[in-house]
Design a protein around this ligand. Structure first.
Ligand code: SF4
Ligand code: SF4
Length: 155
């Protein structure tokens, strides 16, 4: 058996308020809550105010090499940059890098012991982020699943 923890993101409900960034950044400061620097956050909100599009992106795995093939996304008629919604800390950009050390950041679902509800979810008052937990019967955790699912905990 294993528990899979996931955060569901509903961009239609996201107002771009960035409370999620602040909660995560404060929690991961050293000491905790001593500073609030959004660059330390494991969730960043990509904002297009003109089109009222706000997309929270949670930091995923680190990649050592930048992509050679990229995607261009068109949403409601507007074209978005190739790396706009990517989750990776990557050598090609500064996103998801610890501002002091430059080390890559990855969402840790708020560390150990895991909170009942991740902090970004707790402080997302518009309800754009919701936390889901499910128990699955045995079966191997595929490498891709282990890397990209938010949290997989073997029981
Ligand atoms: S789940 Fe926790 S660590 Fe991950 S982005 Fe949200 S606040 Fe940050
Ligand atoms: S706290 Fe919620 S509504 Fe505000 S920017 Fe983050 S995801 Fe969007």
């Amino acid at each position: 058996m294993r528990i899979i923890r996931t955060i569901k993101i509903d961009t239609d409900k996201c107002t771009g308020c960035r409370a999620c960034e602040l909660a995560c950044a404060g929690f991961h400061a050293e000491p905790k809550y001593s500073t609030i620097n959004p660059k330390r956050s494991r969730i960043r909100v990509q904002r297009d105010e003109q089109n009222k599009l706000f997309v929270p992106v949670k930091a995923g795995p680190y990649t050592e090499a930048e992509c050679s093939g990229r995607n261009i996304l068109v949403i409601k008629g507007k074209e978005y940059g190739e790396c706009s919604f990517c989750r990776s800390a990557c050598p090609a950009r500064d996103l998801f890098k610890e501002p002091d050390s430059g080390l890559p950041l990855k969402c840790d679902m708020c560390g150990e012991p895991a909170p009942e509800e991740p902090l970004c979810v707790k402080w997302c008052l518009p309800g754009a982020l919701t936390f889901h937990k499910r128990v699955e019967e045995n079966g191997p955790v595929l490498p891709a699943e282990a890397e990209y699912a938010d949290e997989v905990e073997e029981l």
